[in-house]
Design a protein around this ligand. Structure first.
Ligand code: SIN
Ligand code: FE
Length: 303
């Protein structure tokens, strides 16, 4: 483990850092807290050997028959208790809801203790369950193909610069989840920025008017979506970009700012994910955020 407390040189970090916690509600030592925060804000993947045991009767969720039609994930809204994308079977849905609600709650506790700098500032988004095998799965379009390196960006829900912090867990009792992570954000931003047409206000207005975005797409959201799309569409880049292969073991948890860390999923089944949003101003090193990196390249504010 590399202990690194200097905010000026995030690239001295390994792309993956591990922290040991004994359970989801552990209170870590201050050194662990500083290390975790520095690693995450540098765009590293933070690995935690933290199991999320299923309770009696919950093994039924380990099946891709839970998926409704051709969807690849089931989402849960912790605020309303609503499940989306799950087959219409009240007993199964009830079990899955209990699992996802518990995952949402434990993910929030984990971040509350591991990242006290963000306490009270993280807003919980959807919980997601991906029970289908990724490897060999047909994809509807290159844009939706998460086996290609990308940073996360939402086409319909503008974030206006807010960060996307995600807690992932491999719920598969037997198989690994295979990922790879790519080059640091400042490098990929520099690589693609020159190809991106500047955002047009009329376009953002039209998208909102047509109901294609939930609110006006900010220039920041425009650049992030363009980065996401241009990375995925560029096959030369997909074949040649530097990357590190990772395999998350059964019962392993990992946390990452997925708007910053270039990533792709290559295989695996049964993964849980909880999304949190964080205002850039609440970061300890906001200059490392995609917003600030892109603003430097654009030479102007983007939200
Ligand atoms: C992604 O966020 O690109 C997908 C992650 C996964 O399904 O493992
Ligand atoms: Fe992604």
């Amino acid at each position: 483990m590399l202990l690194h407390l200097d905010g000026d040189d995030p690239m001295a970090m390994n792309p993956v850092e591990t922290v040991q916690l004994s359970h989801w509600e552990s209170i870590p030592e201050p050194g662990v807290v500083a290390h975790a925060l520095d690693a995450l804000e540098s765009g590293c993947v933070l690995r935690l050997p933290l199991a999320f045991p299923l309770e009696e009767g919950e093994q039924v969720v380990l099946s891709d028959a839970l998926l409704d039609g051709s969807r690849k994930n089931i989402s849960y809204d912790p605020a309303t208790g609503r499940l989306k994308g799950c087959v219409d079977d009240p007993a199964l849905a009830g079990r899955l809801r209990a699992v996802m609600a518990r995952y949402a709650r434990l993910s929030a506790s984990l971040l509350d203790n591991l990242l006290p700098a963000y306490r009270g500032q993280l807003e919980a988004g959807r919980t997601s369950y991906r029970p289908a095998e990724i490897a060999g799965r047909p994809v509807r379009s290159w844009r939706r193909d998460d086996t290609r390196l990308h940073v996360d960006a939402f086409p319909a829900t503008p974030v206006n610069g807010r960060r996307l912090l995600r807690v992932f867990h491999n719920l598969n009792p037997e198989g690994v989840r295979r990922w790879c992570v790519g080059e640091p954000f400042p490098e990929l931003a520099r690589r693609f920025f020159g190809q991106i047409p500047p955002p047009a206000r009329w376009q953002a207005r039209l998208l909102a008017l047509l109901g294609l975005t939930r609110s006006l797409r900010s220039p920041y959201d425009h650049y992030m979506l363009q980065l996401h799309d241009r990375m995925k569409a560029d096959l030369d880049y997909q074949y040649s970009a530097g990357r590190l292969a990772l395999a998350f073991a059964p019962g392993e948890t990992w946390v990452v700012f997925s708007d910053q860390a270039s990533h792709a999923v290559l295989g695996g089944q049964f993964m849980l994910e909880q999304t949190f949003y964080l205002p850039v101003e609440q970061m300890v090193y906001p200059e490392r955020s995609p917003l600030r990196v892109l603003e430097k390249l654009a030479g102007r504010p983007l939200v």
